[in-house]
Structure formats: C-alpha cells, structure tokens
Design a binder for this molecule. Structure first.
Ligand code: ASP
Length: 440
C-alpha cells in the first residue's frame, strides 16, 4: 500500500466509499427495520469525515492570509501587481463566460425539462417528500456566504477583520492580505526583512500542518462520501436523469474540452499532465463539495506538482476559490432553463441572455461551501419572473439531487482556478513542472 501514490490511495478510497455507501443504501431499501450496522457505519463515517473536514477548514484562514501576504510581497512593482490582477480577472471572466455558454447550449439542445407527464408527477411527488427543514438549513447555510451583489463589495472591505475571519469571510481577508503584502514591500528594508521572515516562517508551518492533515485524506474522504451515498442513494438521481445527464455533459465538455483547449492555446500545457498533477485536489473537491475547504490542497498541488510559483498561486487561487466558479455558473444556467422547460414557462433568447449574465454575476457571490448555489438560483428565478410556487417546488426538486451534482461542479470550480494559475504562470515566463518526482 505504501508504494501507491497519494492520488491512487484517494481514488481507491473514493471507489470503496461508493461501493460501501450504495450497498448500505440498498440494504436500507430492502429491509423494513434498518439494520443496526448501517447506523453504526454512518455514524462512524460521519465522525471521521467531519474530523477531516474540520482539519482542512482549520488551516484555510491562516493559509489564505499568510499565502496572500507572502505572495504579494514578492511582486516587485506596482506595474507587476496591476498586470497580474488584470490577467487574473480576464482569465476568470473568460472561463466563466465559456462555462455558462456551454451550459446554455447543452440545456437548449437536450431540453431535459420536457419530460413525460408520468415522470413529471413522480418528480413532483419525490420533491414533496423532501424534508423542508433540511432545505431551509441549506439555504440558511448558503445565506451566510451570499446576500446580494452590493454586499459582495462590502465584504471586500470588512469593518472588523477578526469577525470576518470568525465568519469565514475569505474575500475580506484576501483584500486585507493584498493590501498588507503590497505595503510590506514598500517599507524600510530593516523593518521589511523582519516582517517577511515572520510571515514566511508562519506560512511554512501552516503548509506543514496542511501536509500532515492531507495524509489522512484517504480515510477522511471515505468518511465524507460513504454516508452521503448510504443516505441518499441514486434513486432520486435516476428520476431526474435527463437533468443530471445535461449537467454532467456540460461539466464534462467544460472540463475535458474547453479548459484543455485554453491550457494548450494560452499556456502550451498538456491537459493530461495538468490534470494528473491536480488529482488530489480534484478528488478532495469532489468529496467535500466545498472549494473553500479544498483550497489548502489546491494550493499544495498547484505549487508542488504543477510548479506554479507561490507569487502567482497565492494571488490567484484564494481569489479563484471565492470568485471564480465555472461549474457553479454553468449549473445555475442549466437549472433555471431546465425549470422553465419543466413548468412550461416561455423563455426567449433575451431572457436566456439575462440568465447567462445573472448566472455569471451570482456565481461570483456564491460561497465555496456545499449547496451554496441554491440561493443564487433562487435569486435568478425571482429576477426572471418565476412565481413563488414554481420557485419553491423547483428548488425542492433540485435539492433532492443536488449533492452528487454539487460534488462534480465543485471539482470543475477547483479545476478552473488551477488552470488559470497555470496559464498565468506560463505567461509570466515560469516553466512549471509536471515531473514524476512530485507526483507521489
Ligand atoms: N459547492 C460549490 C463550491 O464550494 C458551490 C456551489 O456551487 O454550491 O465550489
């Protein structure tokens, strides 16, 4: 087992989790009295999974702060800072726009919302059996990260840095880190050196802790994925098969066609090399459904396995984890048009274009936590004129199948950020490395 590389161990753990989780779900369906071992299994896995997730979340705040400060302080002049900022925003806008366009094309071509009346009835019945308190909880959780567009700007300048940290408001911390790092590079050398040593030492320690926690990823991922599958299985998923297939297809096109083309054209990078190097981060994103919790792994892989310098990755990745969500934007667009098809609401190209814009804008405000995009979807549905009943029913329907789709779109969110970092690294003259020595 020791000879296996890290990402192989994680992959095996994920396959095992699928097997055990689905088996438990099947046994639950078969028996009228749930067997005790399933309760025991779910509880143990949830305990382990939460411990691992907490560990990852524990390092996010210090890692973001130290990385942004150390990274930005290495950017030598104002012009470099501006150039990197503009490149980052341009590439994030480009990948986001391509993602939503892919979603729009797929949902219009496949029309998953036009279903048989019988299946429609079954979907609505299935939605009604969803416990609303859990939907409310998801919306409440997501609300912590999302309110409205003006508030995104407010969050960039938090009145209290410590409460921003306590609430996990990464955007405010990133902005503070950017300012701190920028001005750190502009103080007297005797003061600057002491400060730099302190922050670099701090960052090294946090990276070592991150590595230590990552060592538990194979077990942690098993703990996170097994209960999800044991509880929900894939039944609801089959019922909404057309919709799920459209989402997978669009995510697949973005991840396996659009991003590889961008990597090749803009960075001269072979996508297979890049994807292999990013595997641990992609699998962690899939298991946690949270790009914020995955950020430590994303940074580790981008630095050590892709070879992007910390100067660039510490600038682009924390911003990407909060602002750039290709998978989420694509998903939001598909959901809204799917629901319009399902409820027979006419949607012309002009309205579809506003859905594209809203999906792009709201994905910027979505927090990197599970199911966060459901709230952004509520906002778009309201904006394009769905009535309250259609909104409540529609979001309920999506919620039933959301988890597995969330895991997949989070993977694409993380992939998009890492591709942007690699392309920017190349454009800044970095060679990067994808050698085997770093891939175990
Ligand atoms: N779970 C996603 C993420 O963390 C956000 C979402 O689409 O709900 O990136």
């Amino acid at each position: 087992m020791n000879k296996l590389s890290f990402h192989h161990k994680v992959l095996i753990s994920l396959c095992l989790a699928f097997g055990v989780g689905l088996w438990a779900n099947f046994s639950l369906d078969e028996s009228t009295q749930p067997p005790v071992w399933i309760g025991w299994l779910i509880q143990t896995c949830e305990f382990i999974g939460k411990l691992f997730l907490n560990g990852l979340k524990m390092v996010v705040i210090p890692l973001v702060l130290t990385s942004v400060i150390c990274g930005v302080s290495q950017i030598s002049g104002d012009r470099d800072f501006g150039r990197l900022g503009i490149k980052t925003l341009l590439i994030y806008s480009l990948t986001g726009l391509l993602a939503v366009t892919t979603g729009l094309l797929c949902v219009n071509l496949l029309q998953p919302g036009l279903v048989d009346p019988e299946i429609k009835e079954a979907i609505l019945a299935n939605q009604q059996s969803t416990s609303l308190p859990s939907l409310d909880r998801a919306i409440e959780t997501a609300n912590n990260g999302w309110s409205n567009l003006a508030q995104i700007l407010h969050r960039m300048v938090p009145p209290n840095l410590f409460s921003a940290a306590v609430e996990g408001q990464l955007l405010g911390l990133i902005c503070f880190g950017l300012l701190f790092g920028f001005f750190l590079g502009r103080i007297k050398p005797e003061l600057r050196n002491g400060q730099l040593n302190f922050w670099q030492g701090f960052q090294e320690i946090i990276l070592k802790i991150t590595n230590f926690i990552l060592g538990f990823a194979p077990v942690g991922i098993f703990g996170l994925v097994t209960p999800t599958l044991a509880k929900s299985g894939l039944d609801a998923f089959w019922l909404m098969g057309g919709f799920a297939l459209t989402v997978f297809l669009a995510l697949g096109i973005h991840g396996l066609l659009v991003l590889p083309i961008l990597l090749k054209l803009l960075g001269r990078i072979r996508f297979l090399d890049h994807y292999r190097a990013m595997t641990p981060a992609l699998l962690t994103a899939f298991s946690t459904a949270s790009s914020s919790a995955t950020l430590p792994v994303t940074m580790e892989c981008t630095n050590k396995r892709v070879g992007v310098s910390s100067k660039i990755s510490s600038f682009t990745l924390p911003l990407g984890a909060t602002l750039n969500m290709d998978g989420t934007a694509l998903f939001e667009c598909i959901v809204v048009i799917f629901l319009a098809q399902f409820f027979g609401i006419e949607m012309g190209w002009v309205t579809q274009f506003s859905v594209v814009l809203l999906a792009l804008l709201t994905s910027v405000g979505v927090a990197g936590i599970p199911s966060a995009s459901l709230v952004a979807i509520l906002v778009i549905l309201q904006a394009v004129g769905f009535d309250d009943h259609a909104i409540a029913t529609g979001v309920g329907m999506i919620y039933v199948v959301d988890r597995i789709l969330d895991m997949s779109r989070t993977m694409i969110n993380v992939l998009g950020d890492s591709c942007a970092a690699a392309i920017i690294g190349k454009s800044e003259g970095e060679s990067g490395y994808y050698n085997k020595a770093h891939s175990s």
